[in-house]
Design a protein around this ligand. Structure first.
Ligand SMILES: Nc1ncnc2c1ncn2[C@@H]1O[C@H](COP(=O)(O)OP(=O)(O)OP(=O)(O)O)[C@@H](O)[C@H]1O
Ligand SMILES: [Mg+2]
Length: 497
């Protein structure tokens, strides 16, 4: 398929100009391209409706139509439009239609994306010249022959699964064992209930990693980090529980839970009940929230937590109250969560001790600014002291940077040097590392906006907010990609624990 552009089958691309409209690109670029890829007129539809979205092109050959998910969706822009700012849009279309591939083009640029179970990644982002000269690769991926091969392979494996399923049903009727998809587990009252055995192998092999996002300095981004780290971990396929143990209840409100209307007046239990009432079980306090493909369980907080400090102080074994509740939950339900993240208040008080004593590790968020950095020494020392007061040590996963200024590289460097100096001081930071800069979260208005009133969601959900413009959505995507790096690094550093 390579050769001089003029003799090339894609030489029609040279006819477009910066004035070419979206419909010019559809007629002069996309339709001829589909023909070259081997698709007939019945293999695709333009302006195709799919649930609530309208796709510029939906490529789905008749041979596969009844059973398979679409192979390709195409989003077209006018020649003078920047396709990079429409990535969120095709992302959304691909996830909603569950199409395997997405092509985004304005005739000058060609971006191909791949959808792996809701995680959309870019395969290539070619200029027109690259698209022409390297057409072998796009051709192999996009042509009808490959589309049919992939579709038939999916159909074949679906058939095999159906066969296995029928076999299991037949065996289940013979053994009355309900084919192992569900298993009976006792609940708190000693009754039995059926629970799906999701990721059963993992949950039996791996203990929940319970992390307190800890810093006694206020306003350094603990809550915002906890919310978006949880969403990013969920995107990585991890099961996540958040515990809001701060009377400010910022985490609960930041995720759209009103402690009064959604919890107290609705007769539900919160973290205060969990800490104070010996009979309240963890499962009685958990609310489940879902945003697109992100699912997070949350134990909400309430302002009355601040009034109940004396009740908590008078509890026998008060420092271990949360540890025991988490431990009891483990007996009944196994380690249901891969990660439990606890968001405590900015203090060294009793509530903070309770969350640290329940934790298997600590993550310390900080800003790159003199006061938060000066506080680090006390935070690390405190964390180590708590670790020494209990049978198991309490490892510090590292220091995660939040709200840094991307335009102040010299200042940032001097701040990171200060952090290194503090950590290298004798007896302070042995084994404690600053997380790599790809995990740092920049200061961006959209981060603050996403958890503000009426916009309570993790940043990755901003793409579905019709009140936001394309620039805000891009900015949210930019920030969330840093939280994804933070999540990947967190998974890595917890692997050895
Ligand atoms: N990356 C960011 N860019 C811009 N604003 C941010 C960012 N991260 C957090 N913020 C904002 O900074 C403020 C403090 O953040 P947050 O509430 O997460 O801190 P905190 O450490 O939990 O505070 P507290 O100590 O009161 O619990 C909030 O208004 C939040 O929206
Ligand atoms: Mg907070």
């Amino acid at each position: 398929m390579t050769g001089s552009p003029n003799s090339h089958p894609l030489s029609f691309l040279k006819a477009i100009t910066l004035q070419s409209s979206e419909s010019d690109i559809e007629i002069k670029v996309v339709i001829p391209l589909l023909r070259i890829l081997g698709y007939g007129d019945g293999d695709w539809r333009s302006q195709a409706r799919f649930a609530k979205i309208k796709l510029d092109f939906l490529v789905h050959p008749n041979e596969l139509f009844t059973t398979c998910l679409p192979y390709l969706v195409i989003e077209v822009k006018a020649a003078n439009k920047n396709i990079d700012s429409a990535v969120w849009q095709i992302n959304n279309y691909m996830r909603q239609s569950r199409a395997t591939l997405g092509l985004l083009t304005n005739g000058y640029k060609f971006r191909l994306l791949y959808n792996h179970q809701g995680q959309v990644v870019t395969i290539f982002n070619y200029s027109q010249t690259e698209f022409i000269s390297q057409f072998n690769l796009p051709y192999k991926i996009l042509c009808k022959e490959t589309c049919l091969k992939v579709g038939n392979a999916v159909l074949q494996s679906q058939n095999n699964i159906n066969l296995q399923f029928l076999n299991h049903i037949a065996k289940a009727f013979a053994s009355e064992d309900m084919f192992g998809l569900f298993k009976k587990k006792p609940n708190s009252d000693g009754d039995s209930e059926l629970r799906p055995e999701s990721n059963a192998v993992n949950s039996q092999k791996r203990k929940s990693m319970i992390i307190t996002v800890f810093n006694n300095k206020g306003g350094v981004g603990k809550t915002t980090t906890t919310i978006n780290l949880a969403a990013a971990l969920s995107k990585l396929g991890k099961r996540v529980l958040l515990i809001d143990i701060d009377a400010q209840a910022n985490l609960s409100m930041g995720l759209g839970i009103d402690p009064l209307n959604d919890v107290e007046f609705a007769g539900k239990k919160d973290v205060v009940d969990l800490l104070i009432n010996p009979r309240t079980l963890l499962k009685d306090t958990v609310l489940s929230k879902k945003w697109d493909d992100v699912q997070i369980d949350i134990i909400p907080s309430h302002i009355r937590l601040s009034e109940k400090e004396s009740d908590i102080n008078s509890l026998i074994n008060r420092d271990l109250v949360l540890a025991q509740k988490l431990n009891n939950a483990k007996y009944f339900y196994g380690d249901n969560y891969d990660f439990v993240l606890i968001d405590p208040p900015p203090s060294f008080g009793v509530v903070n001790n309770i969350s640290l004593m329940a934790s298997s590790a600590i993550l310390i968020p900080t800003q790159l600014a003199p006061y938060p950095i000066r506080a680090l020494e006390y935070v690390v020392k405190r964390a180590k002291a708590v670790g020494e007061s209990r049978p198991d040590p309490l490892p510090i996963l590292g220091i995660a940077v939040s709200m840094y200024d991307r335009n102040a590289s010299k200042f940032n460097l001097s701040m990171t040097e200060q952090i290194e100096q503090i950590l290298s001081r004798e007896g302070v930071g042995e084994g404690v590392n600053l997380f790599p800069d790809k995990t740092w979260i920049p200061r961006l208005n959209i981060v603050a906006a996403a958890t503000s009133l009426k916009k309570e969601y993790p940043l990755c959900y901003a793409e579905f907010d019709s009140d936001l413009n394309a620039r805000d959505k891009e900015s949210a995507q930019d920030a969330f990609s840093c939280y994804m790096e933070l999540a990947k690094h967190t998974v890595e550093v917890t692997e050895g624990i």
